[in-house]
Write a protein that binds this ligand. Structure first.
Ligand SMILES: Cc1cc2nc3c(=O)[nH]c(=O)nc-3n(C[C@H](O)[C@H](O)[C@H](O)COP(=O)(O)OP(=O)(O)OC[C@H]3O[C@@H](n4cnc5c(N)ncnc54)[C@H](O)[C@@H]3O)c2cc1C
Length: 528
């Protein structure tokens, strides 16, 4: 196969046109191209008068491919080396491994262990994804929260109610394994080649279900409503886990545990710390969600091409470094999405964002986050970051007037430090409701001051960003884990054999793909 990078392709392309472009680049007849697949497709919107795709493709051509490559002698044309993931061999584990948490990290760890024949037992505190969907929509409708099954907890983990955007970066065999497993489980096939793919919450839920069925079909066990309360450790070696399953206390013995509990399992962090598991503080970030009309973002990003069916809803990403030493950045942008109530704890409020696959909602939203470091925390307690998050979540809950209504403020009012009295042309998408409140009433000054400075600077990068009617909803507190469960070279927790802290909660991933890849790494280590 031959790989060709940096192809410039019109938005209106079809396969025939693409073959013609490739044939021209390779100086061969179109008819010699037997197979063509897209490895990567990026929207190039640098020049708003000429928006096009940049593509990397691989082709199989008839005749001698090496001759075609050497005759063309160009850095953009090379032999394609396939990224093949090799499943580790099961080294005959003494006991079945246990995976705690059914988010992307736990699910992919369980999948690899199951594919290697190790018959893992996966314990998840929340419910299966269908029951979870019902619980979450009830919460958004009525404000009645289930602390075990919610936007953070339950099958699919924190990403189940998300945009399902996949941060891929440089591809490797593990990332390809994850993408291919997603596609086999029903995710859109183009996630394999788009530069910024997304699955959408609607399709992600179905995908998660099929991955679970796959694990079970290979001899794995998946138990919902099973909250691990203690990891049993004897002489520096894991010996089992204790858990509450549907109200009953249970125990399972094992010498390998993948701890993939996500960033919101504060009770489990505490219990692990109490049983001597080493943890440390980790920098994190905190702020608000901002909503603009999606049509406005499309116009800013795509100019006259806004609304082009091949482009879909536009996204954006910005980072600014302020003179006060803080970083402020946009995070988890959800084109055509909604702002969601994402708490797992009573009387505390945290926001996040999600989109369906079509990304066809009226608003664009993104988190706008300010970096938080050790000096912002009260003390050296490894869980001081959780305490900081909790304090702001409680204050945001109160500012919203209770019932999980979120405090909101128009951007212009926020900049001018006055309370909002009426919405402009951006209406909130957050449920179960909103209340006008000043962000300064529940966020520390250093956060609101940094946000004000950053919004004005971002408006220079993306004119129109400081749109007066844009809506700010708070507080966004759970963008990443405030702790790290430190592991050594073997990926085991410091001083504890058989305990593999994994994914976002352990501080080793940020996002669906990196969490899933970390799941692969931990499973491979157990099987090594
Ligand atoms: C609303 C929302 C939108 C997001 N959007 C995106 C996005 O578009 N793209 C992206 O890449 N990332 C997104 N993220 C982040 C992404 O979801 C996380 O990075 C990812 O899910 C982390 O995976 P994980 O497996 O490490 O942890 P999690 O997904 O958090 O999974 C941890 C699991 O462990 C379970 N658990 C916790 N404690 C216990 C216990 N004691 N016993 C048993 N089970 C337990 C939890 O119930 C949970 O299911 C979003 C997050 C949220 C909340």
């Amino acid at each position: 196969m031959i790989k060709i990078t940096d192809l410039i392709v019109a938005l209106t392309y079809n396969l025939k046109m693409l073959k013609a472009i490739v044939a021209k680049r390779l100086h061969i007849e179109d008819s010699r191209i037997e197979h063509l697949s897209i490895l990567k497709r990026t929207v190039n919107a640098g020049n708003k008068q000429d928006i096009h795709f940049n593509m990397t493709v691989v082709v199989r051509v008839s005749g001698d491919e090496n001759e075609v490559i050497s005759r063309n002698k160009h850095k953009d044309i090379s032999k394609e080396i396939e990224q093949i993931y090799t499943l580790p061999k099961n080294k005959k584990l003494k006991e079945r491994p246990v995976v705690i948490g059914c988010g992307p990290a736990g699910m992919f760890a369980a999948l690899i262990l199951a594919q290697a024949g190790a018959r893992p037992i996966l314990l998840e505190r929340g419910l299966d994804v269908d029951s979870r969907k019902r619980k979450v929509s009830n919460f958004w409708r009525t404000g009645i929260l289930d602390t075990q099954t919610n936007v953070q907890f339950g099958e699919g983990g924190a990403g189940a109610f998300s945009d399902g955007k996949l941060k891929i970066g440089q591809k490797n065999s593990r990332k390809m394994k994850v993408l291919n497993e997603f596609v086999q489980a029903g995710a859109p096939p183009e996630i394999v080649y788009l530069s910024k793919p997304h699955i959408g919450t609607d399709r992600l839920n179905e995908t998660v279900k099929r991955l679970r069925e796959h694990v079970i079909s290979l001899g794995g066990e998946v138990r919902f409503n099973a909250t691990v309360t203690e990891v049993l450790i004897q002489d520096g070696q894991v010996t089992g886990v204790r858990f509450d399953e549907k109200g009953q206390k249970s125990e399972v013995s094992t010498d390998n545990v993948v701890l993939a509990i996500g960033h919101s399992a504060r009770d489990t962090f505490k219990s692990l710390l109490d049983s001597g598991v080493y943890m440390e503080q980790k920098p994190f970030a905190l702020g608000v969600r901002i909503e603009h009309p999606q049509a406005m973002i499309d116009k800013i990003q795509y100019g006259g091409f806004a609304g082009h069916p091949q482009l879909g809803a536009a996204d954006y990403k910005m980072v600014v470094h302020l003179p006060n030493g803080r970083g402020v950045y946009t995070f988890c942008m959800c084109p055509g999405g909604t702002v969601v109530a994402a708490t797992s704890e009573e009387n505390r409020l945290t926001t996040n964002g999600m989109s369906v696959f079509a990304r066809d909602g009226r608003n664009a939203n993104t988190a706008l986050l300010v970096t938080i470091g050790k000096n912002d925390l009260d003390n050296d307690d490894p869980l001081a970051g959780c305490a900081f998050q909790r304090r702001i979540e409680t204050a945001a809950f109160e500012a919203g007037g209770g019932g999980y209504k979120a405090p909101v403020q128009r951007l212009e009012d926020f900049l001018q430090k006055r309370k909002t009295t009426a919405f402009g042309d951006v209406l909130p998408t957050y449920l179960p409701g909103t209340e006008f409140a000043e962000l300064d009433s529940f966020l520390p000054d250093f956060i609101t001051d940094s946000l004000r400075q950053a919004i004005l600077e971002m408006d220079l990068w993306m004119p129109g960003f400081a749109y007066p009617d844009a809506l700010l909803t708070g507080a966004e507190t759970r963008s990443s884990s405030p702790v790290r469960i430190t592991r050594g070279d073997s990926l085991e927790a410091i001083g504890i054999k058989g305990l593999y802290p994994c994914g976002e909660g352990a501080g080793y991933a940020g996002g669906i793909i990196s969490a899933a890849v970390d799941g692969l790494l931990c499973a491979e280590q157990i099987l090594r």
